[in-house]
Design a protein around this ligand. Structure first.
Ligand code: ADP
Length: 454
């Protein structure tokens, strides 16, 4: 609105100034020949003034007054109130008789009124003056029309701006209210409310991002609920066994050897509970730990350490544990993480194997990466289960896994650790033939200096 008011005032002032300048030039053009003619006269009298004006013909001016040096009107073309023969006491004539040119122009009532005067000089002295006055309704009308048109256009524009502003803010507030409603519902824990906004503006983009956010929150809440329910279910089974066994001991008369057997079973269940809670803690720690300290790890050493730890279990199950290691398989990662990864995979290879079977670990060096391949000749994993084995508490054969002391958490821990150390894991398996896990990490070359230091 302010800009439009400014445009109106500015354009009106400019047009008027332009018109005033034109009027000034026209007045001077008319005064100049008149004054020059009078300056050539020997004597400035009423007769000589009338004669000169008659010779010059129609001057196209409303009124022409010629005065002598005292301000007495020698000639006045004004028809209504002619002042010929009288002294004219106007400011313009007074100024002209003092030797100054004057010009005054005003725009009022759609008419341009202009007045101008010029002295008639002889020997550097004013001997009289010429005064002209004119009113131009035609040009005044042009100014009036122009100003009216600009004002009308401004008002139409202003109205359009107001209407559009109201419309846009109304639409905007409806869209904003939709978003706010969904945000409030999400704050209360209701994620199903999706915001549907059309268009490609910022609000629509915000709605799309918000919908993605609530989807993620929903997924994470579902996963959390699932985890709590799975974990309580898994913990419930050994606890129920312990309760059952302890009730039997309390309620039944039994001999010492049966009681020992029952207490041993209670111990086994308690061990299982301990292992499971330990793994849950590891998993939680893996997910929440933000910065792990990376160091140069020689995979050769780690796999040898895992082998030393698992030889007794392999011997117990009559499984052959073998390995072939390439040189310089070094990576930059957390050594404990690598140990845990290899341990879990080799332990699974032993656990889910037949007696007389084998587990073979190969270390391979590529140009940019290092691969750990763990192959076993065990039971294999069915095709439809392959996509689930990295999920928490997932077990292909629950009974067998439980019997083998499994909790269904080992591979989910492996997956978390591998991605935390910028690696990838791949599994391929054929039922009753065996399983192969391939873990890849970026190769980290150690310089000779480091090697010497070591
Ligand atoms: P668990 O503690 O039960 O071993 P994991 O997460 O380590 O849990 O493994 C998930 C499931 O994947 C196991 O229950 C088992 O059925 C299957 N699995 C894992 N490794 C192997 C393997 N090398 N051979 C056959 N099955 C395996």
């Amino acid at each position: 609105m302010l800009i439009l008011v400014f445009v109106n005032i500015y354009s009106a002032t400019q047009t008027r100034n332009l018109m005033f300048q034109t009027k000034y030039a026209a007045a001077m053009d008319k005064l100049q020949p008149l004054v020059s003619s009078f300056e050539t006269l020997d004597n400035l009298t009423a007769e000589s003034a009338s004669q000169v004006i008659a010779v010059l013909g129609d001057l196209h001016v409303g009124r022409v007054v010629v005065t002598d040096a005292s301000g007495l009107a020698l000639y006045d073309s004004g028809t209504t109130e002619s002042e010929q023969g009288k002294y004219v006491l106007s400011e313009e004539i007074h100024q002209a008789l003092c030797g100054n040119d004057t010009f005054y122009c005003v725009y009022e009532n759609a008419t341009l009124r202009s007045r101008a005067s010029m002295p008639v000089m002889a020997y550097n002295e004013p001997i009289g003056c010429v005064f002209i006055a004119d009113s131009d309704a035609e040009q005044g009308q042009i100014i009036a029309n122009l100003e009216r048109n600009i004002l009308q256009a401004s008002m139409i524009l202003e109205l359009a701006i107001i209407l559009l502003s109201v419309l846009f803010s109304y639409i905007g507030s409806i869209r904003m209210r939709k978003i706010l409603l969904s945000v409030r519902m999400a704050r209360e824990g209701e994620y199903s409310q999706k915001i549907r906004l059309h268009g490609g503006d910022e609000l629509s983009k915000l709605a799309v991002e918000f919908n993605k956010l609530t989807e993620r929150l929903q997924a994470s809440e579902d996963a959390q609920k699932q985890f709590v329910s799975d974990a309580s279910h898994e913990l419930k089974t050994p606890l129920a066994s312990i309760k059952l066994l302890s009730d039997s001991i309390l309620q039944n008369e039994m001999d010492a050897s049966t009681m020992r057997e029952f207490v041993t079973d209670i111990g086994t269940e308690a061990d299982r509970l301990t292992r499971m809670t330990q793994k849950l803690l590891t998993l939680n720690h893996t997910e929440t730990a933000e910065n792990v300290e990376h160091e140069v790890v020689d995979l050769d050493d780690v796999v040898s350490r895992v082998f030393r730890m698992l030889v007794p279990l392999a011997a117990d199950r009559e499984i052959e544990l073998t390995g072939s290691f390439a040189h310089d398989c070094t990576v930059l990662s957390a050594e404990d993480d690598i140990y845990q990864i290899v341990f879990n995979l080799v332990e699974n290879g032993i656990k889910y194997n037949h007696s007389q079977g084998s587990v073979h670990v190969t270390l391979l060096r590529g140009d940019d990466d290092v691969m750990i391949v763990i192959e076993d000749t065990g039971s294999g994993i069915p095709k439809d289960a392959l996509g689930h084995i990295f999920e928490r508490f997932y077990r292909v054969d629950k009974a067998r896994s439980r019997q083998a002391g499994g909790s269904g958490l080992g591979l989910s821990i492996v997956k978390e650790l591998v991605s935390r150390n910028l690696g990838t894991i791949h599994v391929s398996s054929t039922e009753d033939v065996g399983t192969r896990f391939t873990v890849t990490f970026p190769f980290f070359a150690i310089s000779e200096e480091q090697e010497h230091e070591e």
